[in-house]
Design a protein around this ligand. Structure first.
Ligand code: FAD
Ligand code: FES
Length: 253
Protein backbone atom coordinates (compact mmCIF):
# COMPACT_ATOMS: atom_id res chain seq x y z
CA UNK A 1 0.00 0.00 0.00
CA UNK A 2 1.41 3.35 -1.08
CA UNK A 3 0.59 7.00 -0.45
CA UNK A 4 1.50 9.17 -3.41
CA UNK A 5 0.94 12.78 -4.32
CA UNK A 6 0.11 12.04 -7.94
CA UNK A 7 -0.18 14.53 -10.79
CA UNK A 8 -3.39 14.64 -12.80
CA UNK A 9 -2.59 14.25 -16.49
CA UNK A 10 -6.05 15.20 -17.71
CA UNK A 11 -9.71 15.16 -16.82
CA UNK A 12 -11.91 13.78 -19.60
CA UNK A 13 -15.63 14.50 -19.52
CA UNK A 14 -17.54 11.69 -21.23
CA UNK A 15 -21.23 11.92 -22.11
CA UNK A 16 -23.77 12.29 -19.32
CA UNK A 17 -21.44 14.11 -16.91
CA UNK A 18 -19.22 11.11 -16.38
CA UNK A 19 -15.61 12.00 -15.67
CA UNK A 20 -12.43 10.02 -16.32
CA UNK A 21 -9.48 11.28 -14.34
CA UNK A 22 -6.11 10.20 -15.76
CA UNK A 23 -3.49 10.16 -13.02
CA UNK A 24 0.26 9.60 -13.32
CA UNK A 25 1.72 7.14 -10.86
CA UNK A 26 4.10 4.44 -12.13
CA UNK A 27 4.13 2.93 -8.62
CA UNK A 28 0.34 2.42 -8.47
CA UNK A 29 -0.19 1.72 -12.19
CA UNK A 30 2.45 -1.01 -12.00
CA UNK A 31 0.86 -2.71 -9.00
CA UNK A 32 -2.90 -2.32 -9.09
CA UNK A 33 -5.17 -5.16 -10.27
CA UNK A 34 -8.73 -5.06 -11.68
CA UNK A 35 -11.33 -4.59 -8.94
CA UNK A 36 -8.91 -3.05 -6.46
CA UNK A 37 -9.49 0.52 -5.36
CA UNK A 38 -7.84 3.75 -4.31
CA UNK A 39 -8.73 6.01 -1.41
CA UNK A 40 -8.30 9.58 -2.60
CA UNK A 41 -7.96 12.79 -0.61
CA UNK A 42 -9.64 15.20 -3.02
CA UNK A 43 -8.37 18.45 -1.50
CA UNK A 44 -5.60 19.82 0.69
CA UNK A 45 -8.22 21.82 2.61
CA UNK A 46 -9.59 20.46 5.89
CA UNK A 47 -12.95 19.77 4.26
CA UNK A 48 -13.72 17.16 2.96
CA UNK A 49 -11.58 15.45 5.57
CA UNK A 50 -12.17 11.82 4.65
CA UNK A 51 -10.69 10.18 1.60
CA UNK A 52 -13.12 8.95 -1.08
CA UNK A 53 -12.85 5.40 -2.46
CA UNK A 54 -12.77 4.79 -6.25
CA UNK A 55 -12.24 1.59 -8.21
CA UNK A 56 -9.39 1.56 -10.66
CA UNK A 57 -11.13 2.04 -14.02
CA UNK A 58 -8.20 1.38 -16.30
CA UNK A 59 -4.41 1.35 -16.52
CA UNK A 60 -2.25 2.54 -19.42
CA UNK A 61 1.51 2.43 -18.92
CA UNK A 62 2.41 4.66 -15.98
CA UNK A 63 -1.13 6.06 -15.74
CA UNK A 64 -4.30 4.88 -14.08
CA UNK A 65 -7.86 6.16 -14.50
CA UNK A 66 -10.81 6.57 -12.16
CA UNK A 67 -14.38 7.08 -13.39
CA UNK A 68 -17.02 9.01 -11.44
CA UNK A 69 -19.96 11.37 -11.64
CA UNK A 70 -20.72 14.32 -9.39
CA UNK A 71 -22.38 12.88 -6.33
CA UNK A 72 -21.44 15.15 -3.42
CA UNK A 73 -18.70 17.56 -2.40
CA UNK A 74 -15.75 15.20 -2.96
CA UNK A 75 -16.66 14.23 -6.50
CA UNK A 76 -17.56 17.86 -7.30
CA UNK A 77 -14.00 18.89 -6.33
CA UNK A 78 -12.53 16.00 -8.33
CA UNK A 79 -14.56 17.00 -11.40
CA UNK A 80 -12.76 20.37 -11.35
CA UNK A 81 -9.26 18.92 -11.37
CA UNK A 82 -7.21 19.40 -14.48
CA UNK A 83 -3.75 18.66 -15.86
CA UNK A 84 -1.05 19.87 -13.45
CA UNK A 85 -3.15 19.50 -10.27
CA UNK A 86 -2.23 16.75 -7.86
CA UNK A 87 -4.26 14.28 -5.81
CA UNK A 88 -3.21 12.41 -2.69
CA UNK A 89 -3.78 8.72 -3.44
CA UNK A 90 -3.69 5.78 -1.02
CA UNK A 91 -3.59 2.36 -2.63
CA UNK A 92 -3.83 -0.13 -4.18
CA UNK A 93 -6.43 -1.31 -1.65
CA UNK A 94 -8.73 -4.30 -1.24
CA UNK A 95 -9.19 -7.61 -2.97
CA UNK A 96 -10.03 -7.43 -6.66
CA UNK A 97 -11.50 -9.82 -9.22
CA UNK A 98 -10.07 -13.33 -9.63
CA UNK A 99 -9.23 -13.66 -13.33
CA UNK A 100 -7.99 -17.22 -13.00
CA UNK A 101 -10.21 -20.26 -12.70
CA UNK A 102 -12.25 -22.61 -14.76
CA UNK A 103 -14.20 -20.37 -17.17
CA UNK A 104 -13.81 -19.49 -20.83
CA UNK A 105 -16.52 -16.81 -21.16
CA UNK A 106 -16.71 -13.73 -18.95
CA UNK A 107 -20.04 -11.97 -18.57
CA UNK A 108 -19.85 -8.39 -17.31
CA UNK A 109 -23.02 -7.20 -15.54
CA UNK A 110 -22.93 -3.47 -14.77
CA UNK A 111 -25.57 -1.06 -13.54
CA UNK A 112 -24.99 2.70 -13.94
CA UNK A 113 -21.63 3.73 -12.49
CA UNK A 114 -21.05 0.07 -11.70
CA UNK A 115 -19.34 0.20 -15.11
CA UNK A 116 -16.33 1.90 -13.49
CA UNK A 117 -14.10 -1.12 -12.68
CA UNK A 118 -14.67 -2.94 -15.98
CA UNK A 119 -12.51 -1.32 -18.68
CA UNK A 120 -9.37 -2.59 -16.92
CA UNK A 121 -10.88 -6.01 -16.18
CA UNK A 122 -12.01 -6.38 -19.80
CA UNK A 123 -8.59 -5.35 -21.08
CA UNK A 124 -6.99 -8.08 -18.94
CA UNK A 125 -9.64 -10.76 -19.58
CA UNK A 126 -9.77 -10.01 -23.30
CA UNK A 127 -6.24 -11.38 -23.66
CA UNK A 128 -7.51 -14.92 -22.94
CA UNK A 129 -11.33 -15.11 -22.63
CA UNK A 130 -14.45 -14.31 -24.60
CA UNK A 131 -16.18 -11.29 -23.01
CA UNK A 132 -19.82 -10.15 -23.24
CA UNK A 133 -21.06 -7.01 -21.48
CA UNK A 134 -24.58 -6.55 -20.09
CA UNK A 135 -24.97 -2.85 -19.26
CA UNK A 136 -27.98 -1.34 -17.53
CA UNK A 137 -29.28 2.05 -16.48
CA UNK A 138 -32.52 3.71 -15.49
CA UNK A 139 -32.57 5.59 -18.81
CA UNK A 140 -30.23 5.87 -21.82
CA UNK A 141 -28.42 8.68 -19.98
CA UNK A 142 -27.23 6.25 -17.30
CA UNK A 143 -25.79 3.69 -19.72
CA UNK A 144 -21.97 3.81 -19.67
CA UNK A 145 -20.33 2.02 -22.59
CA UNK A 146 -16.75 3.24 -22.16
CA UNK A 147 -14.32 0.31 -22.51
CA UNK A 148 -17.06 -2.30 -23.06
CA UNK A 149 -17.35 -4.85 -25.86
CA UNK A 150 -19.95 -7.31 -27.22
CA UNK A 151 -22.59 -5.12 -25.64
CA UNK A 152 -26.17 -5.90 -24.53
CA UNK A 153 -28.07 -2.89 -23.14
CA UNK A 154 -31.04 -2.69 -20.77
CA UNK A 155 -32.85 0.43 -19.57
CA UNK A 156 -35.69 0.54 -17.06
CA UNK A 157 -37.67 2.96 -19.24
CA UNK A 158 -36.82 1.28 -22.56
CA UNK A 159 -35.15 4.44 -23.93
CA UNK A 160 -32.20 2.30 -25.12
CA UNK A 161 -31.97 -1.44 -25.74
CA UNK A 162 -34.08 -3.95 -23.86
CA UNK A 163 -36.86 -2.50 -21.65
CA UNK A 164 -36.19 -3.88 -18.19
CA UNK A 165 -33.26 -4.42 -15.88
CA UNK A 166 -29.94 -6.17 -16.47
CA UNK A 167 -31.01 -9.30 -14.60
CA UNK A 168 -34.04 -9.74 -16.86
CA UNK A 169 -31.78 -9.24 -19.87
CA UNK A 170 -29.38 -11.89 -18.55
CA UNK A 171 -32.37 -14.18 -18.08
CA UNK A 172 -33.37 -13.63 -21.71
CA UNK A 173 -29.88 -14.74 -22.73
CA UNK A 174 -29.67 -17.85 -20.60
CA UNK A 175 -28.57 -19.85 -23.66
CA UNK A 176 -25.38 -17.78 -23.83
CA UNK A 177 -24.85 -18.14 -20.10
CA UNK A 178 -25.24 -21.90 -20.24
CA UNK A 179 -23.40 -22.47 -23.52
CA UNK A 180 -19.91 -22.59 -22.08
CA UNK A 181 -18.04 -22.27 -18.81
CA UNK A 182 -19.19 -18.84 -17.74
CA UNK A 183 -18.19 -16.53 -14.93
CA UNK A 184 -20.13 -13.35 -14.19
CA UNK A 185 -18.36 -10.20 -12.97
CA UNK A 186 -20.78 -7.65 -11.52
CA UNK A 187 -20.93 -4.16 -10.07
CA UNK A 188 -23.91 -1.90 -9.54
CA UNK A 189 -26.54 -0.73 -7.07
CA UNK A 190 -27.23 -3.03 -4.12
CA UNK A 191 -30.75 -3.83 -5.38
CA UNK A 192 -29.25 -5.08 -8.64
CA UNK A 193 -26.63 -7.18 -6.85
CA UNK A 194 -29.26 -8.74 -4.56
CA UNK A 195 -31.36 -9.75 -7.58
CA UNK A 196 -28.23 -11.03 -9.33
CA UNK A 197 -27.33 -13.16 -6.31
CA UNK A 198 -30.77 -14.80 -6.46
CA UNK A 199 -30.45 -15.31 -10.23
CA UNK A 200 -26.95 -16.82 -10.09
CA UNK A 201 -27.84 -19.14 -7.20
CA UNK A 202 -30.96 -20.33 -9.03
CA UNK A 203 -29.01 -21.06 -12.22
CA UNK A 204 -25.85 -22.26 -10.42
CA UNK A 205 -23.67 -19.60 -12.07
CA UNK A 206 -20.29 -18.54 -10.80
CA UNK A 207 -20.32 -14.81 -9.94
CA UNK A 208 -18.06 -12.26 -8.29
CA UNK A 209 -19.44 -8.84 -7.39
CA UNK A 210 -17.74 -5.60 -6.45
CA UNK A 211 -19.64 -4.13 -3.50
CA UNK A 212 -19.81 -0.62 -2.08
CA UNK A 213 -20.42 1.04 1.24
CA UNK A 214 -19.38 4.26 2.93
CA UNK A 215 -15.75 3.96 4.06
CA UNK A 216 -13.30 5.80 6.26
CA UNK A 217 -9.80 4.29 6.54
CA UNK A 218 -9.99 1.93 3.54
CA UNK A 219 -7.63 -0.70 4.96
CA UNK A 220 -9.23 -2.54 7.86
CA UNK A 221 -8.56 -0.34 10.90
CA UNK A 222 -11.79 1.58 11.62
CA UNK A 223 -14.17 -1.41 11.22
CA UNK A 224 -16.57 1.00 9.49
CA UNK A 225 -17.45 -1.06 6.41
CA UNK A 226 -19.02 -4.36 7.53
CA UNK A 227 -20.91 -6.70 5.19
CA UNK A 228 -22.75 -9.73 6.57
CA UNK A 229 -21.72 -13.29 5.73
CA UNK A 230 -24.42 -15.34 3.96
CA UNK A 231 -23.65 -18.33 6.14
CA UNK A 232 -23.44 -16.88 9.64
CA UNK A 233 -25.39 -13.74 10.71
CA UNK A 234 -22.83 -13.25 13.52
CA UNK A 235 -20.00 -13.02 11.01
CA UNK A 236 -19.05 -9.88 9.08
CA UNK A 237 -16.45 -9.22 6.44
CA UNK A 238 -14.87 -5.81 5.87
CA UNK A 239 -15.62 -4.43 2.41
CA UNK A 240 -12.30 -2.54 2.27
CA UNK A 241 -10.07 -5.44 3.26
CA UNK A 242 -11.90 -8.71 2.52
CA UNK A 243 -13.54 -7.11 -0.56
CA UNK A 244 -14.72 -4.99 -2.27
CA UNK A 245 -14.99 -8.01 -4.59
CA UNK A 246 -16.69 -11.06 -3.09
CA UNK A 247 -18.08 -14.29 -4.39
CA UNK A 248 -21.70 -13.12 -4.57
CA UNK A 249 -22.91 -16.27 -2.78
CA UNK A 250 -20.81 -15.44 0.29
CA UNK A 251 -22.30 -12.06 1.33
CA UNK A 252 -25.67 -10.51 2.15
CA UNK A 253 -25.59 -7.32 0.12
C1 FAD B 1 -14.73 0.20 -3.01
C2 FAD B 1 -15.49 1.36 -3.60
C3 FAD B 1 -15.27 1.72 -4.91
C4 FAD B 1 -15.96 2.80 -5.47
N1 FAD B 1 -15.73 3.11 -6.77
C5 FAD B 1 -16.35 4.17 -7.31
C6 FAD B 1 -16.08 4.54 -8.64
O1 FAD B 1 -15.27 3.91 -9.34
N2 FAD B 1 -16.74 5.63 -9.14
C7 FAD B 1 -17.64 6.33 -8.38
O2 FAD B 1 -18.20 7.32 -8.88
N3 FAD B 1 -17.91 6.00 -7.13
C8 FAD B 1 -17.27 4.95 -6.56
N4 FAD B 1 -17.53 4.63 -5.27
C9 FAD B 1 -18.45 5.48 -4.50
C10 FAD B 1 -17.72 6.75 -4.12
O3 FAD B 1 -16.72 6.47 -3.16
C11 FAD B 1 -18.68 7.75 -3.56
O4 FAD B 1 -19.61 8.08 -4.56
C12 FAD B 1 -17.94 9.01 -3.15
O5 FAD B 1 -17.24 8.74 -1.95
C13 FAD B 1 -18.87 10.13 -2.96
O6 FAD B 1 -18.12 11.21 -2.46
P1 FAD B 1 -18.74 12.67 -2.45
O7 FAD B 1 -17.89 13.48 -1.55
O8 FAD B 1 -18.95 13.16 -3.82
O9 FAD B 1 -20.16 12.46 -1.83
P2 FAD B 1 -20.50 12.53 -0.28
O10 FAD B 1 -20.81 13.95 0.03
O11 FAD B 1 -19.46 11.84 0.52
O12 FAD B 1 -21.75 11.64 -0.27
C14 FAD B 1 -23.06 12.12 -0.40
C15 FAD B 1 -23.92 11.18 0.37
O13 FAD B 1 -23.76 9.81 -0.05
C16 FAD B 1 -23.36 8.96 1.03
N5 FAD B 1 -22.35 8.05 0.49
C17 FAD B 1 -21.11 8.39 0.10
N6 FAD B 1 -20.45 7.32 -0.37
C18 FAD B 1 -21.32 6.28 -0.30
C19 FAD B 1 -21.25 4.91 -0.63
N7 FAD B 1 -20.16 4.36 -1.16
N8 FAD B 1 -22.34 4.15 -0.40
C20 FAD B 1 -23.44 4.66 0.12
N9 FAD B 1 -23.57 5.96 0.45
C21 FAD B 1 -22.53 6.76 0.26
C22 FAD B 1 -22.81 9.88 2.08
O14 FAD B 1 -23.03 9.34 3.37
C23 FAD B 1 -23.62 11.14 1.88
O15 FAD B 1 -24.86 11.07 2.52
C24 FAD B 1 -16.87 3.55 -4.68
C25 FAD B 1 -17.09 3.20 -3.36
C26 FAD B 1 -16.40 2.13 -2.82
C27 FAD B 1 -16.64 1.75 -1.38
S1 FES C 1 -13.10 1.47 5.87
FE1 FES C 1 -12.03 1.25 7.76
S2 FES C 1 -12.20 -0.87 8.15
FE2 FES C 1 -13.04 -0.66 6.17
Amino acid sequence: MLIVNAPVEKNIELDNQIYLLKIHSPEIAGKIKPGEFLNIRVSEAVHPLLRRPFSVCDVEGDYFYIMFNIYGEGTRILSQKHGGDTVDVLGPLGRGFNLKGDFDTAIIAAGGLGAAPFPYLIRKLGEQKEVHCFIGGRTHKDVILHGMKNIFIATDDGSLGYKGNVIKLLNKNLDLLKSSKVKIFACGPNAMLRALKEFTMKHKLNCEASTECAMACGFGICQGCPIESSYDPQKYFLVCKDGPVFNIADVNI
